[in-house]
Design a protein around this ligand. Structure first.
Ligand code: GLN
Ligand code: ZN
Length: 759
């Protein structure tokens, strides 16, 4: 009998109940009890869904009020000493102080959970860290689940992953391993005591490149778990872990979970390698994407091994369902055909139930459900909404010169200077200006039908004019239209491209109460008509200064969407590249002299394993170059990147061959600049001179100091002056003051540098 289970469920709720409860609690509009009641309801509903689908266990401990890594820091008493919480009970106030900061202390740092768009809080460890398990809340959730009569499988983040994902100051993280594992061992003993049969221990760091020291750490860590404890299912996901087989099979655990969506090829080798008593949990349902599972294909993958594994075969989604929306039940706007191709968390759980029965009772027992799945897969495979011959032909006949600008950078620089007539150290911004209540109100009014399209456009035009006048008054050299018409830099374009669709409720947790609603790319992408040309033309008509056209690049369009699983990512990227390329061409045709193609997500698309970096970087860079390649020498191509360390991909950034790159550097300003300097980055560059994420207004002096330093590593003739990211989250009052100081700093330095040159 195959056993069905899942690794984790979305916490946010069908209608983002958790988000609203959290935000009400933070505003003081609801009590801690009320917040906890919402959390209890969500957990209960998640467990009931798992039970209703016929799963053999429900996952417990996967829920979190903010983040599960933070919960583990709290569970094991690893709160940073700067919060002075050691040995104290962590109530909601203390917990959210860690997550969001308080008057005295900034929050724990946040970073991306592997290659997902979920962000976890990074535990801070140091010489004073003294682990001590405090399992009260964790065990209470187990009691809660047991009380509704389900078979409970607690979930824990494993000790090696916990340490690896933490940051440690002044000590070697691994020196804390034994102390941490001792606490895990206490907890495991307690679980055993509560008659828990299986516990799931996640070690997602096994998806990464690990050196011998870290691999050996597993052996040492798990040696602590030889005493009284439930059986352990070691959960891996996001990549093949076959290369670590010798390390893993010697661990004293009782089974392994494998991601067979990302790495189906590891199944056979693992069946052959595992000890005779281990179970193998086959992650055959995609926990990272929203497509309906090809159940026939999943059954075919398992078939050769099912008899051999027999009772030891478990079925599961590839990873926690945290990364997909909760349910299709509230998607009323999607048409029936498109909808039939999709499966969110609830639908995936149902699929799991079907697979379980098909394996245990024979496919005939599930004939109807399997036929329905088969019909949906077939309709998607041959749909003309998915496949557009014109798009495929264009890709097939794409020439190598498409990604080549018509002249070298030196030549482009010369003709662009002639055309643009900008001063030394030109000033500019990244694109968006404050998204005021007024702007959001106008958008809401259009959506609800209170105003019509014409009125809306008039209002947006007014906002654009306002932004242009402000920039002229500030004395900026290259202007932007301000992006008032955009709610989101991907959605805005996706809505105008074929092959994209949008959900009403497809929210996925990004961090804490913050959710994103990624578009779905379901078909071949093309651009039926110009998307930004009228807006750009209008903005440019208002001023004599150059106004940048503003586009989102193909890699970011891809990275921040749910993508097709029926063709390689790079093919989809190239289709988007061609669509945006057409827009670049039309913008320059309309007289726009500078066009920015934002790629903030280029770095985050990097695969988890370094061996796969070159292939990714090659197609990502090509997609960008295809987008920009249509630009004439006199059209200045800008790009913008943020949120990341770029040091290790500088050659690829240079290979984009953008004429100007503006980049977020405020956090480790000098490090990045040094890297660009050392690498001898060849084109023009605008290192962000102040942090737009902070409400603090930078002084003229602050900015001047940064610029002087920048000019030491990059010749002033190639430097631009700009904030480090878009200004949409700021207010006009602060924006005005900050940009005023920025322009003044640039002017001051410009004068003194020119004076140096004439001496
Ligand atoms: N042009 C966009 C803006 O200014 C860029 C956003 C981003 O970097 N994420 O908002
Ligand atoms: Zn940015």
């Amino acid at each position: 009998m195959a056993i069905a289970h899942l690794l984790g469920y979305p916490r946010i709720g069908e209608r983002r109940e958790l988000k609203f409860a959290l935000e009400a609690f933070w505003k003081g509009e609801c009590s801690a009890q009320e917040l906890q009641a919402v959390a209890t309801d969500l957990r209960t509903s998640n467990w009931q869904k798992q039970r209703a689908a016929g799963l053999d266990f429900v996952a417990v401990g996967d829920f979190s009020l903010y983040d599960h890594v933070l919960d583990h820091a709290v569970l094991f008493g690893a709160t940073p000493s700067r919060f002075e919480l050691q040995g104290k009970e962590i109530d909601e106030r203390a917990y959210f102080a860690l997550a969001r900061g308080n008057e005295g202390q900034p929050a724990l740092e946040m970073t991306k959970w592997f290659d997902t768009n979920y962000h976890y809080l990074v535990p801070e460890l140091d010489g004073k860290t003294a682990f001590k398990v405090n399992a009260h809340d964790y065990l209470a959730q187990i009691d809660e689940a047991q009380s509704i009569g389900v078979q409970v499988k607690p979930v824990l983040l494993g000790p090696v992953s916990f340490l690896r994902l933490s940051k440690a100051q002044g000590i070697d993280k691994l020196s804390l391993l034994d102390a941490l594992c001792r606490e895990y061992a206490y907890l495991l003993a307690e679980l055993k005591h509560r008659n828990i049969e299986w516990v799931q221990i996640d070690e997602p760091v096994l998806a990464l490149d690990l050196d011998e020291t870290w691999l050996r750490a597993f052996e040492r860590a798990y040696a602590w778990f030889r005493q009284s404890r439930p059986k352990i299912l070691l959960a891996t996901y996001f990549a093949s872990v076959a290369r670590y087989q010798p390390y893993i099979t010697s661990l004293p655990v009782d089974g392994i979970h494998l991601d067979l969506v990302r790495a189906p090829q590891q199944l056979g080798p693992w069946v052959n390698a595992i000890p005779g008593h281990w179970v193998l949990s086959a992650g055959v349902i995609d926990g990272r994407n929203i497509w309906r599972t090809d159940l026939d294909q999943a059954l075919a993958l398992l078939e050769p091994w099912a008899a051999r594994l027999s009772d030891r075969l478990w079925l599961a989604p590839s990873c926690s369902l945290l990364h997909v929306p909760v349910t299709l039940a509230h998607e009323h706007a999607l048409d029936a055909e498109l909808r039939s191709w999709l499966a969110f968390a609830d639908e995936k759980v149902a699929e799991l139930g079907i697979l379980r029965c098909a394996l245990n009772d024979g496919v005939d027992s599930m004939a109807e459900a399997l036929a329905a799945a088969r019909a949906a897969i077939a309709s998607r495979r041959k749909s003309t909404r998915v496949h557009d011959a014109a798009v495929k032909d264009r890709i097939a006949s794409l020439s190598a010169t498409a990604e080549q600008r018509s002249a070298s950078f030196a030549e482009r620089q010369r003709v662009q200077r002639e055309r643009l007539q900008l001063p030394l150290l030109p000033t500019t911004t990244i694109g968006s200006f404050p998204q005021t209540g007024e702007i959001r109100g106008v958008r809401a009014a259009l959506r609800s039908g209170r105003i019509d399209k014409a009125e809306y456009e008039k209002e947006i035009a007014r906002q654009i004019e306002y932004a242009i006048r402000e920039q002229e008054a500030l004395g900026l050299d290259m202007l932007v239209h301000g992006e008032a018409e955009r709610n989101d830099m991907v959605e805005y374009f996706g809505e105008q491209l074929t092959g994209y669709t949008f959900t009403q409720n497809g929210w996925v947790q990004s961090y804490g109460s913050r959710c994103v609603k990624p578009p779905i790319i379901y078909g071949d992408v093309s651009r039926p008509q110009p998307m930004t040309v009228e807006t750009a033309r209008y903005a440019q008509s208002l001023t004599d200064r150059p106004v940048k056209g503003m586009l989102t690049g193909p890699v970011t369009m891809l990275q921040w969407s749910f993508v097709r699983d029926d063709q390689p990512r790079q093919t989809t990227a190239l289709q988007i590249a061609l669509a945006i390329r057409d827009e670049v061409d039309d913008l320059q045709g309309a007289g726009i002299a500078a066009i920015q193609i934002d790629e903030p997500a280029l770095r985050e698309g990097l695969p988890l394993q370094q061996a796969q970096w070159p292939a990714y970087l090659a197609w990502a860079v090509r997609a960008f170059r295809v987008t920009a390649g249509v630009a004439d020498s006199t059209t200045q191509i800008h790009t913008h990147m943020c949120y990341a360390e770029f040091g290790d991909i500088l050659p690829s950034i240079a290979a984009l061959d953008a004429d100007v790159i503006t980049i977020e550097t405020s956090r480790s300003h000098m490090e990045l600049l040094d890297a660009f300097g050392e690498f001898r980055y060849p084109n023009e560059i605008g290192p962000g001179v102040y942090d737009i994420h902070s409400p603090r207004i930078p002084s003229v002096n602050d900015i001047e100091t940064l610029l002087r330093r920048a000019a030491e590593v990059i010749p002033a003739s190639r430097l631009w002056v700009n904030p480090d990211c878009g200004l949409k989250t700021r207010r006009w009052e602060e924006t005005r003051l900050a940009l005023h100081n920025m322009v003044e700093a640039a002017q001051g330095l410009r004068d003194s540098l020119q004076a140096d040159e004439t001496q």
